[in-house]
Design a protein around this ligand. Structure first.
Ligand SMILES: Nc1ncnc2c1ncn2[C@@H]1O[C@H](COP(=O)(O)OP(=O)(O)OP(=O)(O)O)[C@@H](O)[C@H]1O
Ligand SMILES: Nc1ncnc2c1ncn2[C@@H]1O[C@H](COP(=O)(O)OP(=O)(O)OP(=O)(O)O)[C@@H](O)[C@H]1O
Ligand SMILES: [Mg+2]
Ligand SMILES: [Mg+2]
Lengths: 225, 225
């Protein structure tokens, strides 16, 4: 389980402090499929990055499977991220001169996994990109780049997938195909934490949490999926 | 008016040629608000880039206000882009270590315009970013970066705005505010050519053109806007 207690995040910008998260207290249990929604600038990515151990809160506590994250060493944190988490970043974060196949192999390289090429091909096929494996990012459409990012998040068989706007660049049909993948992962017991602006997409989750101005204003189950 | 006659685009990738546009013949008249839709990878951005003189077709003709674009010098093309066109790129294309205010001032610098700071502030205010002018891209949310890109497309008072997925990173309310801006521009006589995956967004246009596998499969007015 992931639990944050009164997490705040403040950025220092020039003359003043900008408090972006204003006391987030939340529990996410294993096996949930969470959709985080809210206006642009409301703190979703900031909070997601904290949950994914890519950033630290300014104040407050974050417990990951009972461990206080602030007490974990950087090595331990990197290990958790590499072995347990899969990330789909809002900006995709692909390497500029790297083929789709290599992009997807990369997390496995860090994790020392075997069968890297086979698994990368499987993941790319799963997101409909079998015919684009040798393309570099500047040879891929926007939606194709996004899907490479999604494939990359899947290959280490993560316990938790963090997906920040995973369908923003996708047409409706491809978006729903990606949601099928996430629902399959969730049916296998994996936890999926997704940020989305699209109601149709959020409805694939089991629980919706709404942010506004750095606070949670709504938290409840998805009805009528 | 913009007119393409049997435009194709072929990329050479390793062992074979990938034909992405397979003969696009299309007229776009001044004052139209076009929404281009279609599945991921169907050639929308490729075609948009040709219309915006950022790329050239492999074969076929492109007439811009009666002039054969292939006969225009590079200087002339750059002048047309800088003075007449505004671009919202699918990947935003912001400069990494540059404030929002500077990003938006930049096209005016190239065009030799006056009152750059004032106009940039106006454009940023118009997209709801008055309070983020001094933020660099890594200090902006995804949707805020997109809006900086939109503000930048407006400041040279373009005759034609090319907007490639301008609302993909925006929440619904902010998306509709951006559509209000584009409708205002259109009401002033400007031409807007937008790629979008979202039906709600496309309905703000006056005409929808659908791509599939590099061809136009549908072209008609928006009814019941
Ligand atoms: N430089 C390139 N080299 C090789 N193939 C390319 C190149 N640029 C694009 N492609 C391919 O051309 C096709 C069309 O790309 P394009 O970016 O026009 O699609 P799109 O319709 O904008 O898709 P999306 O909705 O995902 O943004 C894609 O299949 C892509 O892989
Ligand atoms: N490094 C930073 N320095 C200063 N301000 C920042 C920084 N990162 C984010 N912000 C600000 O914090 C706020 C929250 O950003 P965040 O990326 O969490 O928003 P978001 O909810 O993901 O929005 P979007 O839907 O547009 O992606 C924004 O107003 C943004 O300008
Ligand atoms: Mg975000
Ligand atoms: Mg595109």
């Amino acid at each position: 389980v992931l639990e944050t207690t009164d997490v705040t995040k403040t950025y220092k910008t020039g003359n003043f402090d900008l408090t972006v998260l204003k006391g987030i207290t939340l529990q996410i249990h294993a096996g949930e499929f969470i959709a985080i929604m809210g206006p642009s600038g409301s703190g979703k990515s900031t909070y997601m990055n904290i949950l994914g151990c890519l950033d630290r809160p300014t104040t407050g506590k974050y417990y990951l499977e009972g461990d206080d994250v602030s007490r974990l060493s950087d090595d331990r944190l990197a290990e958790v991220r590499n072995r347990k988490f899969g990330f789909v970043f809002q900006s995709f974060n692909l390497l500029p001169r790297t083929t789709a196949l290599r992009q997807v192999e990369l997390p496995m390289l860090y994790a020392g996994a075997s069968n890297r090429e086979e698994r990368a091909k499987w993941a790319l096929n799963r997101v409909g990109l079998s015919d684009r494996m040798d393309h570099k990012p500047n040879q891929l459409s926007g939606g194709q780049q996004q899907r490479v990012s999604i494939a990359r998040s899947l290959v280490n068989d993560p316990v938790i997938v963090f997906a920040d706007e995973p369908t923003g660049a996708l047409d409706t049909r491809t978006s729903f195909e990606i949601m099928d993948i996430f629902q399959e992962l969730n049916a296998e017991g994996k936890t999926v934490i997704m940020v989305t602006h699209e109601n149709d997409i959020a409805r694939h989750a089991t629980r919706i949490i709404r942010f506004r101005d750095g606070e949670i204003v709504e938290d409840g189950p998805v009805l009528d999926r």
